[in-house]
Design a protein around this ligand. Sequence first.
Ligand code: SAM
Length: 280
Amino acid sequence: MSFSAEWLALREPADHEARSIILRNHLQAHLANRDDVDIIDLGCGTGSNLRALAPHLPPRQSWRLVDYDQTLLDAARRTLRDWADSASDADSGLVLQKDRKTITVVFDRVDLAADLEKLLARKPDLVTAAAFFDLVSPEWIARFCDALAAHRLTFFTVLTYDGLDRWLPPHPADEAMVRAFHAHQATDKGFGMAAGPQASHILQQALTRHRYRVVMEPSPWKLGQTQRALMNALSDGFAGAVAETRMVPADIVESWRVARRDAVSCEVGHYDLLGLPSAD
Ligand SMILES: C[S@@+](CC[C@H](N)C(=O)[O-])C[C@H]1O[C@@H](n2cnc3c(N)ncnc32)[C@H](O)[C@@H]1O
C-alpha cells in the first residue's frame, strides 16, 4: 500500500496536534537520564515522527528511518534538511542540528513484512512508529512483539486508528459508510489481513503477555473549518476506500462525498501506546 508525500504533509500538523502529551511525557521521563538515544522508526514516511519527537528526547539522537517506499525516503531526506537549523551529509544519511540537538539520521529501505527481526536485533533504545500499526495483521503484531520482547526494547507508537469517524452534520449514509470503511481497513495491506481499529488492543494484549507495562491514551484528530483541505482529502480517501468494497451503492458514496464538502467538523479516533519492558 502506498502513501503520497503530499498526503503525509497535509496530515502532519493534525497528527502533531493530536498526539497524547501524557504519553510523550512518560516517554521523555523514561529516557530523561541519557545524553544519547538510538531510535528505529517503522514506516517513517517523510519523517513526521522524528520531527514530532526529537524536541522531547535527549540532546544526541541517532534515528534509523525505515520504509519500503524509496520515494518517501527521498522526500524524508529533503524534508528533514529543510526542517533542521543545519544539515550535512554523513555516510548514507544526514547529521542535523536542531534547537541545540544533534540528530544523526540513516535512511533504511526495508520491507517490514519480511525483514523485521534483523532490524530489531540492532537493539535500539526505542522502537517507534506513527500511523502504521493499523496496517499490519494480528499475526505480524504477534511476531513484532516476540522480536521486541526478545531484546526487552522500549516501544512507543502513536496515531493508530481506533475505528471512530464522526462527521458533523450527520449524513444518512454515515453508518453504512463507516461499516464499509472498516471492512476495507481489514483488507491485506501487505502484512496479511489488517488489524485495523483492533491493532492497539492486540498490541496491548501481546505486550502484556510479554511482561510489558502498557499505557494507552487517545489521540483523536478534531478537525474544523481551518483544516478544510485535510477534511476534503480525508473524505475523498474515505469514499474511495468504501467504493473499493462495493458495499455501498456508488451514487450514495458520491452523495456522501459531496455532502462532506460542507462538513463543519470531523473527529477521527486514534490511540497512542507506550510499552515499557519490566525488569527481568
Ligand atoms: C500512514 S503512513 C505513515 C507515515 C509516517 N509514519 C507518518 O506518520 O507520517 C504508513 C507508512 O508505512 C509504510 N509502509 C507500509 N507498508 C510497509 C512495509 N511493508 N515495509 C515498510 N514500510 C511500510 C508506508 O510506505 C508509509 O510510509
